[in-house]
Design a binder for this molecule. Structure first.
Ligand SMILES: [Zn+2]
Length: 278
């Protein structure tokens, strides 16, 4: 089933009403690029950044953007009071965390600089985004990918502000990759892993039955689906939708036969194994 879902998703999601929905769900805010403010000492800036354009060029030094909720706050003249207020009013847990971490420096005047520094570093460490090469980031991204495929969500879900905010509230160190990353890297990777598993499973069976259907997406795009059914070694009926093939050609017997044969080939299946109705 996972195959059905991921393949349908791959094929149908980019074609569905993405562009119509982009405007409605405020993709503007999701395309905001946030860069760190240079030469700053206040730890509150770990929660904020400045807005940059697509090339990473600073747009304004006077407006800070909250990394937790993407909202804009004035920081005229480098003032941080609005930033502290925003944190206190909108993210009380983070505000409390920042205050407790900042209040830990040793009391001794000798130690003040040396002992406060590690505390600040540890605060920053806990706030900085996970490394994209690290296991934690990969595990979280795999979970998002699985959710998109399993629940057949359109890929643009990752650009929706509510979804992004939910993930931020679960783990503020996680930075969601772009929609393109999901469509071109993460989902194909999951699809290939699943495909490998299903091909291995199918290689063990001797006979299978198949059903096929032609259907259209909401945008009128034609697809040909192909599903195999078989009984496994434990006598359980198993079903896998192997393909939802985009088929923008005339639905003649010859075209449909070609599409079905290419599906069998694609999945290393031999048509002679098919159970036929006599
Ligand atoms: Zn915020």
């Amino acid at each position: 089933m996972a195959i059905l879902r991921s393949s349908r998703l791959l094929l149908a999601a980019p074609l569905s009403n993405c562009s119509a929905n982009l405007a409605g769900y405020g993709c503007k805010s999701s395309s905001v690029r946030i860069i760190p403010r240079a030469n700053t000492v206040s730890p509150v800036w770990t929660y904020f950044g400045l807005e940059a354009d697509g090339q990473g060029k600073l747009i304004s030094k006077e407006i800070a953007i909250c990394r937790l909720c993407n909202s804009r706050t004035s920081t005229k003249g480098g003032s941080t009071s609005n930033l502290f207020s925003h944190l206190k009013n909108h993210h009380p847990k983070d505000d409390a965390y920042l205050k407790s971490a900042s209040s830990k420096p040793a009391k001794s005047s000798h130690q003040s600089s040396s002992s406060s520094q590690p505390t600040l570093v540890s605060v920053v460490d806990k706030l900085k985004p996970y490394n994209r090469d690290g296991k934690k980031w990969q595990d979280l991204t795999d979970s998002v990918t699985f959710c998109l495929c399993k629940d057949m969500l359109p890929i643009y879900t990752v650009e929706k502000p509510g979804f992004q905010r939910m993930l931020k509230s679960f783990d503020s160190q996680y930075q969601l990759p772009s929609r393109k990353y999901f469509s071109e890297t993460a989902i194909p990777k999951l699809y290939n892993q699943e495909k490998e598993r299903v091909v291995a499973e199918l290689s063990l069976i001797k006979n299978s039955a198949a059903t096929t259907d032609m259907w259209s997406s909401e945008t009128g795009q034609p697809f040909l689906s192909y599903t195999v059914h078989f009984i496994d070694n434990e006598w359980k009926l198993r079903t896998h939708c192997l393909q939802a093939l985009y088929l923008p050609v005339d639905h003649t017997a010859s075209n449909i036969a070609d599409a079905l044969l290419s599906t069998l080939e694609n999945w290393s299946l031999n048509s002679s194994y098919q159970v036929r109705k006599s």
